[in-house]
Design a protein around this ligand. Structure first.
Ligand SMILES: [Zn+2]
Length: 343
């Protein structure tokens, strides 16, 4: 009981951290997954000058697992896909600042072309303190069940993607924490259960700060790429706090059966009521907020979510110009049930 009371007192703000997600750090790679070396260096310089507490991903996960309070403005840095350009354009900057980082590796891609890091390079980075973790073997769209597969064989393939990557990492590198990043941020209830059963902490691509109500199978990360990689955008996102919600993991595929998906937000009880959240839909449209009780809201769209991956982003003032932030991903197939092509 004491622990619950204590948690209610401290959990509202101070049990959170922000996880940054990058892919390419380069000028000449697809903008949608790239940040320029100049912008990346500006992000890191800002973390230093604004006195952010940059910690390794294992330390952050350990704090979340044990409800340990982290200093305000705590951040962890991650990269997906292990591109060669991070070693050239990001690692020197990180080393200069003394910032730890994690790399999620799709193991079939390692050394497969000059675009990807090699095992020797990853080993060297790990020896320098980097966390090297699991991003499947072949980087598939995990939700895309093949026509030739029944559900059981599809889910077995999902599990084997993770275990096959783990075998490669275990055989090439020193023991690494069981961390898993979903390719394309795609998941549903069945896939996160596999991640949990295999003993992994999961990382998504839905934005928001991680906190006590985050699902450890699906921790949020802020992606920084393309038009979302500028310094002003970064300053807002890196200072966010976890929305003080009661945990509620919603499958992004709900929008596949209902293109007007309703998001329910249940807030933790607080002495001082929070202000009403503001939520934006995939087209930048303001979403309707229906208040059902002082701490229970329904977030409703006015137009269908588009085919593809999209999000509802909800924020709420947290004082000092900062925001609570929570995001829900939606995934909608073509009307005929076929999968959309990737951009
Ligand atoms: Zn990836």
């Amino acid at each position: 009981m004491f622990r619950i009371a204590l948690l209610l007192l401290i959990s509202l703000d101070s049990l959170g951290a922000v996880i940054l997600q990058y892919h390419h750090v380069a000028e000449d790679t697809p903008p949608i997954t790239s940040i320029t070396p100049t912008d990346f260096a500006a992000h890191m310089d800002y973390l230093q000058s604004a006195s952010f507490n940059v910690i390794g991903l294992p330390e952050l996960v350990d704090a979340l697992q044990s409800d340990r309070v982290l200093p305000d403005k705590t951040v962890a840095i991650t990269f997906d896909d292990a591109y060669q350009n991070i070693l050239i354009n990001a690692v020197p900057v990180l080393v200069r600042h003394g910032f730890p980082y994690a790399v999620f590796v799709a193991t079939d891609q390692v050394g497969s072309s000059s675009a990807f890091l090699t095992w020797d390079q990853l080993r060297h980075m790990q020896q320098g303190g980097a966390t090297i973790a699991n991003h499947t073997a072949s980087h598939p769209h995990l939700l895309r069940q093949d026509e030739s597969e029944d559900e059981a064989s599809w889910l077995a393939r999902v599990a084997s993607e993770i275990t096959r990557a783990a075998e490669a990492i275990d055989s090439q590198l020193a023991p690494a924490p069981r961390f898993f990043a979903y390719p394309y941020g795609e998941y549903d209830g069945r896939i996160i259960e596999i991640v949990e059963r295999l003993g992994y902490i999961g990382f998504g691509q839905q934005s928001g700060a991680a906190g006590p109500s985050s699902d450890l199978r699906l921790l949020p990360r802020f992606p920084f790429a393309g038009r979302y990689s500028g310094l002003e955008d970064f300053k807002v996102k890196v200072a966010t706090k976890p929305m003080p919600l009661v945990r509620n993991t919603i499958s992004p595929l709900e929008s596949d059966t209902d293109p007007l998906p309703i998001l329910t937000l249940t807030f933790q009880m607080a002495e001082t009521p929070y202000s009403t959240p503001t939520c934006y839909g995939p087209n930048g449209d303001l979403l309707d907020i229906e208040i059902h009780a002082p701490h229970f809201y329904l977030v409703k769209p006015q137009s269908p979510v588009p085919v593809g991956r999209s999000r509802y982003n909800c924020t709420m003032p947290a004082g000092d110009g900062r925001f609570y932030w929570f995001s829900q991903m939606w995934i909608r197939r073509n009307p005929d049930g076929s999968w959309y092509p990737e951009p």
